[in-house]
Write a protein that binds this ligand. Structure first.
Ligand SMILES: [Fe+2]
Length: 473
């Protein structure tokens, strides 16, 4: 990869990080101690620390420009709740450290072409920063701050992207499409470009023929469930889901408001009418599951999701292999007012599924597990600590995901209770079988070994966890 492309990517990631905090007051930078967020000032220093760790200290053998960097920003070593008590540098000093690290990184880039191993770590850093930028964005929503600056920023939902059509019965929008089953290669295929260890490598799975909604579930469709008392009817909830609902005393999705009139939505620091035709955002896995039971639907497995998105030919994106365009996918913070779920037909998958990339991350039924032959990458804390248990796979990216990051094989993962993140869902008709409820997809013999070695670098680093999903990525 050419160094000039790396420079462009790294400076663009950093530009966005700075934009996401530049308009916040010092008071707004001081955030409450909540398990799902990080102090902004800490998170800013952390992204620069991560860059320094991998591309100056690991790649170049250089010392940190701050002797206290590990003590301040090593997310694997510093428990979440103690980040509020650290002797963090001031905002100005943090910005200075961020700039100092980036300057040093760019200074050391080779002329012309960057070797593959080197490019890998710069990609890792950019992806890491892009993911934190998504976290900065949903944290602004969590805290009720203004919508982030960016192209197409709307105020008060008056933007043309917020549609207010009538609500309809569940899954009526554009109906379902038929996806022929077959042996599908789930996961990333070896080749150029960055992939995380959890995507490696493509392996055969047998997928039975299935039907899946053309569009994600909309606010209007979800409102019908809420208005029928769905949050108070235990028969629609799993035991774990009902426990969550009772614990949280949830009677409707987070950020929904209503006095005597129709539902409204808190959208960052504004209250807007519920955009009925837009894909629902900020529902957790339990809420998605309950809606499914009410509607006689189910979540797709991640193998079904990926097959519906890419076709047997395994396109990089639903529409093909060309980079996302605005008429195909809502990405890159292009607008906080997302298009109606029926829009962006140019981004349809081979089977006619719409908005599978961008808009909202889509929950699947699949437990986040390693693919067969999993080999851990140098950034050991990214995937392995989170396999199994409460984590479920989400696919497709959201409006705050960078287009350089997302692709059809990307696996995101959050615990089932997270509704602060940019999660929504699409469904398949029929109730889930036991296997479908857990999203099992390893139905074919696994390959004996990965198709090629994992990322350069090997297993060099500490195995302590880096909290993921709001606590850091
Ligand atoms: Fe991180």
């Amino acid at each position: 990869m050419r160094s000039a492309e790396l420079v462009s990517m790294l400076t663009d990631s950093r530009r966005r990080t700075l934009e996401l905090q530049a308009d916040l007051t010092d008071e707004q930078m001081r955030v409450p101690l909540v398990s799902i967020i990080n102090p902004f000032i800490w998170e800013m220093g952390h992204v620069a620390w991560f860059q320094e760790r991998w591309t100056l200290r690991h790649l170049r053998g250089l010392d940190s420009i701050r002797p206290d960097a590990d003590a301040l920003w090593d997310s694997a070593a510093i428990p979440h709740d103690t980040r509020w008590d650290l002797p963090l540098p001031s905002r100005a000093e943090t910005l200075q450290y961020m700039q100092g690290v980036l300057d040093r990184v760019l200074e050391h880039l080779p002329q012309g072409e960057a070797p593959e191993q080197e490019a890998y770590f710069h990609w890792l850093v950019a992806m890491h920063e892009d993911m934190h930028d998504e976290a900065f964005t949903y944290t602004r929503q969590t805290l009720g701050y203004a919508a982030p600056p960016g192209p197409g920023r709307p105020v008060g939902g008056a933007d043309e992207g917020v549609r207010r059509g009538p609500g309809g019965p569940p899954h009526e929008a554009l109906g379902d499409v038929e996806v022929p089953g077959g042996e599908y290669l789930l996961g990333a295929c070896p080749g150029p470009g960055f992939v995380f260890d959890n995507e490696k490598w493509a392996h055969p799975v047998k997928v039975e023929p299935f039907r899946i909604a053309r569009t994600p579930v909309t606010y209007g469709q979800f409102a019908a469930f809420v208005d029928e008392g769905g949050y108070g009817r235990q028969e629609f909830w799993s035991d774990a889901g009902w426990s969550w609902r009772e614990r949280e005393r949830a009677g409707h999705p987070v950020y929904w408001l209503r006095d005597s009139g129709p539902w409204q939505l808190r959208h960052f620091d504004q209250v807007v009418p519920l955009p009925l035709e837009v894909a629902i955002l900020h529902v957790n896995w339990f809420e998605a599951e309950a809606w499914c039971r009410w509607a006689g639907r189910r979540l797709p497995t991640e193998a079904e999701w990926e097959l519906a998105a890419t076709g047997l030919e395994k396109r990089r994106y639903p529409w093909g292999d060309t980079a996302p365009e605005p008429e195909q996918a809502c990405l890159d913070f292009r607008s906080t007012a997302r298009p109606a779920a029926s829009d962006l037909a140019a981004g349809d998958s081979p089977y006619g599924c719409r908005q599978m990339i961008g808009g909202v991350w889509e929950w699947t039924s699949t437990v986040f597990e390693p693919y067969p032959g999993f080999v851990i990458d140098p950034y050991k804390e990214y995937s392995q600590p989170w396999f199994g248990g409460e984590y479920r796979v989400l696919r497709g990216g959201c409006w705050a995901t960078r287009s350089r990051l997302i692709r059809s094989t990307w696996r995101n993962f959050y615990t089932r209770n997270r509704r602060d993140v940019f999660g929504g869902f699409r469904t398949c008709p029929g109730f889930a079988t036991e296997a479908q409820r857990h999203g099992e997809s390893r139905l074919a013999p696994a390959p004996q070994s990965p198709a090629r070695p994992s990322a350069p670098g090997g297993q060099h680093f500490s195995s302590k966890n880096e909290p993921k999903g709001g606590e850091g990525v």
